[in-house]
Ligand binder design. Structure first.
Ligand code: NAP
Ligand code: MG
Length: 505
């Protein structure tokens, strides 16, 4: 692997300009595939949060974006998507060297998702009902009653490191489409692509100050955004722990919040499952992006009658996954995001062994010339897992599958729902009628039947239970980025035609 990566410097991006921090402080961004420092990024303080919020606020109030027509805004969103295509190579590279995502994932899925997200949100915004006139309601006297949708104002997005750009775009696209200003606080492991995106947006014709990026620790920069009285909404994706804290902190100013949090998704394998489909599908569901996906199918609940066969076949196919340099097109699984994350995952693996689960494959940091310097973990499968073990209860966010045994369908559903999470779930079966019936009983925001990781922009994504609040994507996502106002206009100049006056006079 190349050892001559240039260390790039990244200031903040505020009001359409690269903006240094007054302290001059920076933090390192590390390539998890090599453990080399690849960039130094400005470490903002509350002073810069203030600057970003004031700029976003005055830009919003100026109307330069918020008062544009839906069509004018949609045009900029489309231009933004074109510019992303133009800059795709650089974006992919910045994402790869900071997040460890493979070129195959970034070029094959993420870039397309960014482009589609902008294009389809622009289309939704053009067809959005900004004003709805209600039918006449006699009891109010002659009047016109309208429901009007307005932008919220200043949105703060706090984003994680697993899909840094895609999860940022799920917030940026609807926020911009509805006329808001946005400040994105990316995860400190992976701020590079988001900073670049803000620069590209200017090139696409977005007015300065509409889309700002501020980098620095979540505990200070993130928290200042969440508690700032001029921030109208927080859109967050990350851990349930930080999500709880954000919800609490946001209550001080009664902010709107949407939260996309953790998961521990159950995948139920019925005795009649087509294993030709299920085995690769299950492995894709759990090992894609080294398991660093909140909706990964991490608890595999397999029927007694096929349990050993499934475990054996999973292990055999896992052996064919190429773990290695994410910049190599042959690589299926790259590193995990950081040394810290690697250590967390390894300690979960330890706990699985200690609690008596049977290690079927993997279980260690990967070794070899291509991976020795990075944070790579072998794809790991545990059999003999019970749902009370730590590896079945807590989100590991790494390439670790827990295989649990069941004998009755009721038992499988009970195990599936025995979790604080409810982001996703799935069923593998040839009987799709039965699978759909089970789908109604799983408490989760997305269900995949004989599939996994399938998203579309017009289908909502979000969690039941402690997996979140609100939804991203979907037909109604634009509602989440607007305020709603009822305007009543009296259409009479006669007091005799205002029945309510009789209540007083
Ligand atoms: P995290 O702490 O929840 O970080 C997510 C984002 O929140 C980052 O931008 C982070 O900034 C920021 N943040 C941290 N503390 C904050 C605070 N007190 N107030 C406001 N913002 C704050 O996630 P993590 O520590 O990187 O990962 C821990 C675990 O979270 C993972 O192991 C996984 O279980 C889960 N996770 C879930 C998702 C998901 O998609 N649902 C994504 C990533 C991680 P900094 O980066 O500067 O800390
Ligand atoms: Mg954290």
């Amino acid at each position: 692997m190349s050892t001559e990566t240039m260390v790039q410097q990244f200031p903040l991006f505020i009001n359409g300009q690269w903006t240094p921090v007054s302290s001059g402080e920076t933090f390192d961004v590390i390539n998890p595939a090599t453990s080399e420092v690849v960039a130094k990024v400005a470490k903002a303080s509350t002073q810069e949060v203030e600057l970003a919020v004031q700029n976003a606020r005055s830009t919003f109030d100026s109307g330069v974006w918020s008062q544009k027509t839906a069509a004018e805004r949609a045009q900029v969103l489309i231009q933004f998507s074109n510019k992303i295509v133009e800059h795709a190579q650089e974006i992919i590279y910045l994402e790869a060297i900071s997040s460890g995502g493979t070129i195959r994932k970034l070029a094959g899925a993420d870039i397309q998702q960014l482009v589609l997200s902008l294009q389809q949100t622009a289309a939704l915004a053009l067809n959005y009902q900004y004003v709805e006139t209600l039918p006449v309601f006699d009891a109010l006297g002659a009047s016109r009653n309208q429901i009007v949708r307005e932008p919220l104002g200043v949105v703060a997005a706090i984003t994680p490191w697993n899909f840094p750009l895609v999860l940022a775009m799920w917030k940026i696209a609807p926020a911009l489409a509805m006329g808001n200003s946005i400040i994105v606080k990316p995860a400190s492991n992976t701020p590079l692509g988001t900073l670049k995106l803000a620069e590209i947006a200017i090139e696409a014709g977005l007015p300065p100050g509409v889309f700002n990026v501020i980098t620095g620790p979540g505990s200070t920069v993130g928290d200042s955004l969440v508690t700032h009285k001029e921030v109208d909404k927080v859109a967050f994706t990350g851990s349930t722990e930080v999500g709880r804290s954000i919800m609490k902190q946001a209550s001080g100013t009664v902010k709107k919040v949407t939260l996309e949090l953790g998961g521990k998704a159950p995948a139920i394998v019925l005795p009649d499952a087509d294993l030709e489909l299920a085995i690769p599908g299950i492995l894709f569901g759990v090992f894609f992006h080294s398991g660093q996906v909140c909706e990964s199918g991490t608890r595999l609940i397999v029927h007694d009658s096929i349990y050993e066969e499934v475990v054996e076949k999973l292990a055999a196919m896992t052996a064919t996954i190429k773990v290695g340099n994410p910049l190599d097109l042959a690589t299926g699984m790259g590193p995990v995001v950081s040394k810290q994350q690697m250590e967390t995952i390894l300690s979960y693996i330890e706990s699985g062994i200690e609690e008596g689960a049977r290690l079927v494959c993997g279980g260690k940091r990967a070794t070899g010339p291509e991976v020795d310097n990075g944070y790579f973990i072998e794809p790991t499968i545990f059999a003999g897992v019970t749902n009370d073990m730590k590896i079945a209860r807590e989100e590991i966010f790494g390439p670790v599958l827990s295989v649990i045994r069941y004998s009755t369908e009721e038992e499988a559903i009970a195990i599936a729902n025995d979790t604080i999470y409810g982001l996703s779930g799935g069923i593998w079966s040839r009987d799709v009628v039965k699978a759909n019936k089970i789908a109604t009983k799983i408490k989760a925001g997305t269900i995949w039947i004989n599939d996994w990781h399938m998203f579309r922009n017009d289908a909502p994504f979000g969690g039941y239970k402690q997996s979140g609040v609100g939804r991203e994507l979907g037909k109604n996502v634009l509602d989440e980025y607007t305020e709603v106002k009822h305007v009543h206009t009296a259409l009479t100049s006669e007091n005799s035609q205002r029945p309510a006056l009789g209540l007083l006079f």
